[in-house]
Ligand binder design. Structure first.
Ligand code: C5P
Length: 232
């Protein structure tokens, strides 16, 4: 994919939503994009896709050059709730715990992050983009007009994921989920490149005791203040 996207030369408004796993950002970003009629970038899905393909192709999770070359060659299609990669349906595979863990490993490699940077910026198209991830406000869209950092306690985040998986009929242990979530948090926050942290100009929202609607209302108020949405 070849797209020219100089930083700061915004062709459409961007709202970034960063935060740790289970903070609710995926749900919030999806609803916000739908309400506004804007595009949605689920950047975590891109790292999950690279990880799933690496596991499938037996590429070592620390082979930065091979992973970056593979990432750059992928043809990805997001349609409704479907994720298609090189014509293959990876919708369910990328949500497994094995892929979650592998995704945070490949995401620590600068070569992999560079390989998908332009593809992420290319998603910034009119009428606007809601970008969900870890480094949307700090690295990918530093000029975004509204940056949200959504957080919640690790226990509440693990419980949310537990309920999500249980509703899908999957049996998991809450304790195992909490441990894996804390491991991923540590890896995402501790890595040298694009660590998970709030952008300096981000609005931090702790969703531990907030409902989805309350978080959305708060973001909407901020978007209104910045003239990103209509007041109706
Ligand atoms: O958000 P999600 O859980 O789908 O992300 C999967 C993994 O991808 C995260 O644990 C993180 O390591 C990585 N990621 C990242 N930068 C992003 C989005 C996700 O490093 N912008």
């Amino acid at each position: 994919m070849k797209v020219s996207h100089p930083e700061g030369n915004e062709i459409a408004p961007v709202i970034t939503i960063d935060g740790p796993s289970g903070s609710g950002k995926g749900t919030i970003a999806g609803l916000l994009a739908k309400n506004l009629g804007w595009h949605l970038l689920d950047s975590g899905a891109l790292y999950r896709i690279v990880a799933a393909r690496a596991l499938d192709l037996d590429i070592a999770l620390d082979d930065a050059a091979a992973l970056a070359a593979m990432a750059g060659s992928l043809s990805i299609r997001f349609a409704e709730d479907l994720v298609e990669v090189d014509g293959q349906d990876l919708t369910l595979v990328i949500r497994t715990e094995a892929v979650s863990a592998a995704a945070s490993e490949v995401a620590a490699l600068p070569e992999v992050r560079d390989a998908i940077l332009q593809a992420q910026r290319a998603m910034c198209q009119p009428p606007g983009l809601v970008a969900d991830g870890r480094d949307m406000g700090t690295v990918v869209f530093p000029g975004a007009r509204l940056k949200i950092y959504l957080d919640a306690s690790a226990e509440v985040r693990a419980e949310r994921r537990y309920n999500q998986l249980k509703n899908k009929g999957l049996s998991v242990s809450l304790r195992a989920l909490l441990t894996s979530l804390q491991e991923r948090d540590a890896r995402d926050k501790g890595r040298a490149v694009s660590p998970l942290e709030p952008a300096k100009d981000a609005l931090v929202i702790d969703s531990t005791d907030l409902s989805i609607d309350e978080v959305l209302a708060r973001i909407h108020t901020e978007a209104l203040k910045r003239d990103l949405v209509d007041g109706v």
